[in-house]
Design a protein around this ligand. Structure first.
Ligand SMILES: [Zn+2]
Length: 120
């Protein structure tokens, strides 16, 4: 199953681990805009150590985040995708979707469309 629209944005450093995939999934109940990030594979002990530090609220040198530096030439593609998301949200709201008047969702869907696990 493919998204209705999708953009893959490279980081300014071109490290594939910093790549973002932004996917728009349209649905009569309201669209989802999903940003997929890559989790850097690390050895088990390092991940366990970082998890313990996270649980104990100890900061890592770069925090518990990875970052992507977007390039200005990617703005039109991202803007186009965001416009499509906004349009689909408005259409779903006017069609009576149950997301309320602002179109904001209060939580994730009960059936997530995660394809990272090799789904469809
Ligand atoms: Zn980068």
């Amino acid at each position: 199953m493919a998204a209705d629209a999708e953009e893959v944005l490279n980081c300014a450093c071109y490290d594939a681990a910093h790549m973002l995939r932004v996917s728009l999934w349209k649905d009569p109940s309201g669209p989802d805009l999903i940003v997929t990030v890559h989790l850097t594979p690390r050895p088990l002990l390092k991940r366990t150590w970082e998890a313990l530090r996270y649980v104990m609220s100890r900061d890592l040198p770069h925090g518990h985040f990875e970052e992507t530096l977007l390039r200005v030439q990617d703005v039109p593609r991202l803007r186009r995708l965001l416009d499509q998301f906004e349009q689909a949200s408005r259409e779903a709201s006017s069609a009576g979707a149950d997301d309320g008047p602002t179109g904001q969702k209060v939580g994730p869907r009960s059936t997530p469309r995660n394809t990272a696990d090799g789904g469809d």
